[in-house]
Design a protein around this ligand. Sequence first.
Ligand code: GLU
Length: 279
Amino acid sequence: MKLHRIPAAAAVALVLSVTATACMGDDGQESGSKSHSGETIRIGIKYDQPGLGMKEPSGEFSGFDVDVATYVANELGYDPELIEFVETKSADRENALSRGDVNFIVATYSITEERKEKVDFAGPYLLAHQDLLVKAGSDIDEGSDLDGGKLCSVAGSTSAQNVKKNIAPNTRLKEYSSYSECLAGLQNGAVDAVTTDDSILAGFAAQKQYEDQFELVGLRMSNENYGIGVKKGDTATLELVNKALQKMVRDGSWGKAVKANFGLIYRYEPAPRIGVVKE
Ligand code: GLU
């Protein structure tokens, strides 16, 4: 699904929480009706992760995270034209939520105990696994093959944190601020491999400009349970988002969205159960 970017006009709505604007029906239930008198909802996504969160050169947004965000926003009563997507890089996510820059974040954001000290998570809504992306034909078959080599990941990601635990201890980790920079490094030989979630790596590898250049090693080094980050303590929003995610799976929209975004490029896991985080 593609969306047009909303001009930055409605920054005013920043301080309004989702809770404050959710609509109540006659029965006291959240109705999801569209009576928000035009205010926008701000949702944090990635801008450079094909298949997940992508801002196209045309200004449109695409990817599974974008589809999940759009569905959830709609359930909260916001039509697509009332969504303002905001870039939240890996290292910025906790701060963006605690500052109130965004209402929630749908950005390949793994649920971890450490992060739960600062933010709350709805979901999970997708299970991915950490992997390595290498040049096609590379003889790197497992993490230990990287001993002494240079590995790229992104600052503030679980992938960078896991490197010492799961990959050769003598690997030199280069932390960039985005995965697209890591990909450029892999292409020009500045690094020997890129590590992050297989969902993200598969999306990059499938890009036309990278055709036949890269391959995933297939290591499944961790479970990455993607959650929707909300401000710590905002249980009302958390519950509404969880309800929306449950409905998205139940009515078949989740299945359609994974298929449309990942199709043949990524063997995605079935929809996780809300509240069940796989260790
Ligand atoms: N899912 C992992 C994380 O939340 C890696 C992907 C990312 O950096 O967004 O850290």
